[in-house]
Write a protein that binds this ligand. Structure first.
Ligand SMILES: Cc1cc2nc3c(=O)[nH]c(=O)nc-3n(C[C@H](O)[C@H](O)[C@H](O)COP(=O)(O)OP(=O)(O)OC[C@H]3O[C@@H](n4cnc5c(N)ncnc54)[C@H](O)[C@@H]3O)c2cc1C
Length: 291
């Protein structure tokens, strides 16, 4: 199918993108990698009157290492982040998750910010944002504001980004404990498809092997990706056993509200949530032990 007619314009700076958003209001959409927006327009699920192309804005493309975080410009290509070996050491979940995002071709165009703004409940990067507690910097002509992932994702394919706002950068917390391990896993019908269910986990251990920090979450089992900070906190202070890990994952699965579709029933998704949650926690723990 072909998209409905639209006007196209290219912004040279973040300020200009914000001005154009203010001028064109609800009828405008920012165009980043186009890997979700263009198919949705072609299927006429979206009919923006204006596309504001942000691909030429150099200030939206960067990876910056800070002491306790990594900042990534929203229009940074997924492939650039995936190939960044220094980043993979500091925030390994990003590379682990990106291996599951679409295909090399889509990652060459798709951006980090585009994936978060699109907010598909089964997408990998929004799950990592929830698990790590990423912070999103939003800019409009009126100023800036920062939202954490928990308040950024508001529902299936919906975020707290206002019609006049551009997602400028994302700050990903870095765990500085030397014995930290992380893991991402999912079940999908074919490699490159969206997840039927996905799970991510990160564990830090002290020298004795006791868990000192834990985070984990699930995608495709609710309207937004889910993190389970209270269940993760329950693992802190313990020597993690298979039983402890499985119990945390099963409690998380019980707390989910998955839906049914042609790929999987709600019941099967809940089962997968427990299995994949435990698998991600176990793999993260093994990596932390080996670190
Ligand atoms: C064959 C195929 C397979 C795929 N498989 C997967 C998969 O397995 N997992 C997965 O997560 N994704 C998958 N995708 C989607 C892909 O990863 C997209 O890159 C991503 O969802 C959107 O990023 P984008 O840069 O292409 O954004 P675009 O498509 O350009 O934009 C998406 C939405 O975000 C908005 N937006 C973009 N940038 C900003 C910004 N800076 N501020 C505010 N709003 C913004 C746009 O206006 C639009 O509404 C797949 C895509 C294809 C074509």
């Amino acid at each position: 199918m072909k998209s409905a007619a639209f006007e196209y314009t290219r912004a040279a700076s973040i300020g200009e993108a914000c001005e154009l958003l203010t001028r064109h209001g609800d009828g405008a959409k920012l165009l980043a990698g186009g890997q979700s927006l263009v198919p949705m327009m072609a299927m006429r699920l979206l009919r923006p009157a204006w596309l504001i192309d942000i691909n030429e804005i150099a200030a939206l493309k960067f990876v910056a290492a800070e002491k306790d975080a990594v900042r990534i410009g929203s229009c940074t290509r997924q492939a650039v982040v995936e190939r960044d070996s220094a980043l993979a050491v500091r925030a390994p979940l990003l590379r682990q998750a990106l291996a599951w995002v679409g295909h090399a071709q889509t990652r060459n165009r798709g951006t980090i910010g585009g994936s978060l703004a699109h907010a598909d409940p089964s997408a990998e990067l929004p799950l990592v944002a929830q698990v790590l507690g990423a912070r999103m910097l939003l800019r409009s002509s009126k100023g800036k504001r920062t939202l954490d992932a928990a308040s950024f994702f508001t529902g299936a394919m919906s975020t707290a980004i206002r019609a006049d706002e551009c997602l400028e950068e994302i700050e990903w917390p870095v765990w500085r404990k030397s014995r930290t391990g992380s893991a991402f896993t999912e079940l999908c019908i074919r490699h490159g498809d969206f997840a039927v269910v996905a799970a991510a986990a990160q564990i830090a251990l002290d020298d004795a092997g006791r868990c000192v920090r834990a985070a984990f979450g699930l995608a495709a089992v609710g309207q937004t990706p889910l993190a389970f900070p209270e269940l993760a906190a329950g693992l802190v202070g313990a020597f993690l056993t298979e039983d402890l890990v499985r119990a945390a994952a099963n409690d998380a699965a019980d707390a989910c509200e998955p839906g049914s579709d042609l790929h999987a029933s709600a019941e099967y998704r809940r089962h997968l949530a427990g299995v994949l949650g435990a698998r991600a926690l176990h793999a993260a723990h093994e990596k932390a032990k080996a670190a």
